[in-house]
Design a protein around this ligand. Structure first.
Ligand SMILES: [Zn+2]
Length: 306
């Protein structure tokens, strides 16, 4: 039984996950970043202990997924955008000491990618790219069951590869990143910049836009068309660069996948003629909204199991 911890910018989830990737118990709390790292670890410890007690198990190890950048070798947090003031904190050291068991951590996209590779839609695929599209775009490359790492063990930032050099400024400082053009908030930004004010509702979100597009609302339809195109251009780039056995798509935006998939296949056919694109399976993530927790558990297996 593995204790799983998923640390995001808005919430921290903790739980107990069995050897088949099933969640036995879980709890969550607000991240509450300003209260600081130590306080968050205290709350995480309480949640883990409570979950273990509820499931009547003792933990063999603890796996952690955390919004990045994080250092999977040392277990310490880098300068994480969403967790200001937490840099240098080490959840691996902290939780491992607290529970007296080995712990390991990965970037949350790598954690989710590992979960889909072992227990989800990517099972049996030797070369897998996992992409999650929601408030940002995260991705993970998994080769023969191992997370691909860059220089110094770094996590490559596929969400920040440039798809439109003259595109909007991204939070990372570059222009026209995939994330700046195809994340959920970019759909909302596009409507606010281009559509007449009568089309904006205060609760405008990617989810609302997708629902409006289904009802045939013209501006929403155009926003979806644009989203599908940029999503597709980025995915076609991944097909050209990696030609993996599969690309697994997850994240909130993919709840509306039927609005985007035809266009994705069309652009891949147009842009990827020099590689056998038809061998790249495009599939939807299968582990659902708890993929972060399930992935955190898989991080432990990835580090410590045979
Ligand atoms: Zn960027």
């Amino acid at each position: 039984m593995i204790g799983a911890v998923d640390i995001g910018g808005t919430k921290i989830a903790a739980g107990v996950v069995d050897e088949n990737g099933r969640i036995l118990s879980k709890a969550e709390c607000a991240t509450d970043v300003p209260r600081g790292f130590a306080d968050a670890m205290r709350r995480t410890t309480e949640m883990l202990a409570q979950c273990a007690g509820q499931s009547r198990v003792s933990l063999h190890g603890i796996g952690i997924g955390c919004t990045g950048p994080v250092d999977p070798e040392t277990g310490s947090l880098g300068n994480v955008n969403l967790l200001p003031g937490w840099e240098g904190g080490n959840p691996v050291e902290k939780l491992s000491t607290e529970f007296g068991v080995p712990a390991a951590m990965e970037n949350d996209a790598d954690a989710a990618g590992l979960a889909e590779a072992v227990w989800g839609a990517g099972r049996g695929k030797a070369r897998l790219v996992y992409v999650t599209i929601s408030t940002g775009i995260g991705a993970s490359v998994i080769l023969e069951g191992k997370v691909y790492r860059g220089a110094g063990g770094c996590h490559p930032e596929i969400g920040h590869h440039v798809v439109e050099p003259s595109g909007p400024l991204c939070s990372c400082g570059a222009r026209g990143c995939w994330e700046a053009l195809a994340s959920g908030p970019s759909m909302v930004d596009w409507i606010r910049t281009n559509a007449p004010e009568s089309c904006w509702s205060p609760d405008l979100s990617a989810k609302v836009i997708c629902a409006q597009a289904r009802e045939g609302e013209e501006w929403a339809r155009r926003a979806v068309e644009r989203e599908a195109y940029y999503l597709a251009v980025g995915l076609a780039n991944l097909v050209s660069v990696f030609t993996p056995d599969a690309i697994v798509l997850g994240g909130g935006i993919m709840k509306s996948a039927s609005l985007f998939l035809d266009r994705i296949h069309e652009v891949i056919r147009e842009n990827c003629r020099l590689v056998p694109f038809e061998r790249v399976e495009i599939s939807l993530a299968s582990l659902g909204p708890d993929v972060g927790l399930i992935g955190a558990a898989q991080v432990w297996h990835h580090h410590f199991a045979a």
